[in-house]
Design a protein around this ligand. Structure first.
Ligand code: ATP
Length: 211
């Protein structure tokens, strides 16, 4: 009697997507392709940068935690100095995250609340490592590629080389750990940007279709 399936309970449409992947995997590229599909993007890396610019909301707490040597002459966080300290000392990394993560979460929520589209995508490079994001999004999309491809892409950036890229890859969550929390994985290796965009569009249609 119900050939059209009209009496079946409708499946809820995906409203929030957590987008993650290792350094150089192609997150930002996929994020922009999702924007082209119609999502509202909340970029947590951009939020972290804004919080640590001169006058940024994290600066008073960071200054009292790490002292004047962690601050540049114009009052921003000395990112290179902090990167090196955090790399060498897990306690510094933990302290930095204790200050930044709640502020990033608060600003991400504020931006999401202002979104006008049907779907919000949170670009969270450390989603796998941070734990609490998984429960805050309807779906997790992981952009994956081989470590060799990650290193080759990152080594092309100004100021980077293969050894530096390898060190960051080794410090991040493993590919297996990321895949373990994924609802969908895009393997962005050896495919053109146009093919990647096709995959992103297909997934978007699948996740946002009214059923
Ligand atoms: P990060 O973690 O450092 O922010 P990311 O994961 O956001 O990096 P992108 O910046 O999107 O990665 O991609 C890294 C580089 O690789 C960029 O120059 C991008 O244009 C290129 N790239 C990504 N995917 C492809 C692809 N399928 N074909 C060609 N180039 C690609």
């Amino acid at each position: 009697m119900d050939r059209l399936g009209l009496t079946a309970p409708p499946r809820p449409r995906v409203r929030t997507i957590g987008l993650t992947g290792g350094i150089g995997s192609g997150k930002s590229t996929v994020a922009q392709q999702l924007v082209a599909c119609g999502t509202h993007l909340v970029d947590t890396d951009a939020i972290a940068r804004a919080l640590t610019l001169p006058g940024g909301r994290a600066m008073p707490a960071l200054t009292s935690a790490f002292g004047p040597e962690a601050i540049t002459a114009d009052g921003a966080l000395n990112r290179e100095h902090m990167r090196q300290l955090a790399f060498a000392d897990p306690a510094v990394k933990a302290r930095l995250e204790t200050i930044l993560h709640p502020l990033i979460g608060e600003e991400a929520r504020r931006q999401a609340a202002q979104a006008t589209g049907l779907t919000v995508t949170f670009d969270v490079p450390l989603l796998t490592e941070s734990g609490h994001w998984r429960a805050r999004v309807d779906r997790v999309l992981v952009v994956d590629c081989s470590e060799a491809t990650q290193i080759a892409r990152v080594a092309l950036r100004p100021g980077w080389d293969a050894a530096g890229a390898r060190r960051v890859v080794a410090q991040q969550a493993t590919r297996a750990a990321r895949r373990a929390i994924a609802d969908a994985v895009i393997f962005n290796d050896g495919m053109t940007l146009a093919t990647l965009a096709d995959e992103v569009r297909s997934l978007w249609q699948h996740w946002t279709a009214v059923r």
